[in-house]
Design a protein. Structure first.
Length: 266
């Protein structure tokens, strides 16, 4: 994989890379994370798809300009800029956490660019939001070590951690500036695609871990109800990073869905 860049409408450079063969599949990471978020599971999809993993503004090799608009809707336009750079007219889109919020806007604002849509551990925002328990979120605002440990527990359970002692790639991009982190938090918190969701025409799969305390599973249920014809797949006992904890199960569900909706028919 070679680092590449696309140019957003406001001139910011957006980092991305591609891996695999087959129909294009965009992979969108969570809040304050670069494309490294997908490293543990990307090979599952690269066997059958040309995966396109992007760095959100302010992460990885993307720019972090002071003049930029920071919103999930803007991040969606950055995704389209990457597709334009690659000469890709339509692609499947799989977004998790904040990446799922971004994916909603890609599908809502640019319907002709999206084949199948997969939304994981995310929310439609606005009236559809089911908030996390404030007591669960409070440790995330303490010192860095406490916040990191708390976020780890929200992402994956102790059994998974025991079997995977290495660094957890979904805890944030250490190279981000504090300003970029703040902007990501605001963009994610202010996300509201609720009124736009019924207009999504792409075949949609919604996945959610039933033990997700960071973004409670009712968010996934409401999201699936809001998008016409959407399928809901609940991953029993999984926390926020269901795609890590139940990798085999979750990847297989996504691959079955994508195979059932090839670009030429979607």
């Amino acid at each position: 994989m070679t680092d590449r860049h696309a140019t957003a409408p406001d001139g910011a450079r957006i980092g991305f890379d591609t891996a695999g063969v087959g129909e294009p599949l965009v992979l969108l990471a969570g809040q304050a994370n670069s494309r490294r978020w997908w490293d543990p599971v990307r090979a599952d999809f690269a066997v059958s798809y040309t995966t396109i993993a992007t760095d959100h503004l302010g992460t990885g090799t993307s720019d972090s300009p002071g003049y930029a608009e920071w919103s999930t809707r803007r991040f969606a336009r950055d995704v389209v800029a990457v597709l334009d750079e690659l000469g890709v007219g339509r692609a499947h889109v799989y977004g998790t956490s904040m990446g799922g919020r971004v994916a909603q806007w890609v599908a809502a604002d640019h319907p002709g660019r999206v084949g199948a849509l997969v939304l994981g551990c995310t929310t439609g925002g606005g009236a559809g939001t089911v908030a996390a328990d404030p007591d669960i979120l409070r440790p995330l605002a303490v010192d860095a070590d406490t916040a990191r440990e708390a976020l780890t527990e929200l992402m994956v359970g102790p059994q998974w951690r025991w079997g995977h002692p290495g660094p957890l790639p979904v805890l944030g991009d250490d190279a981000m500036t504090e300003r970029a982190r703040r902007e990501h938090r605001r963009a994610s918190a202010r996300h509201d695609a609720w009124e736009a969701l019924p207009g999504i025409v792409a075949p949609t799969l919604v996945l959610h871990g039933t033990s997700d305390a960071l973004t409670p599973a009712d968010n996934g249920c409401r999201l699936a109800e809001r998008i016409s014809g959407a399928q809901l797949y609940l991953v029993e006992g999984a926390r926020h990073a269901y795609f890590l904890e139940r990798r085999e199960q979750a990847s297989a569900a996504v691959l079955r869905f994508l195979a059932a909706h090839p670009l030429e028919r979607s």
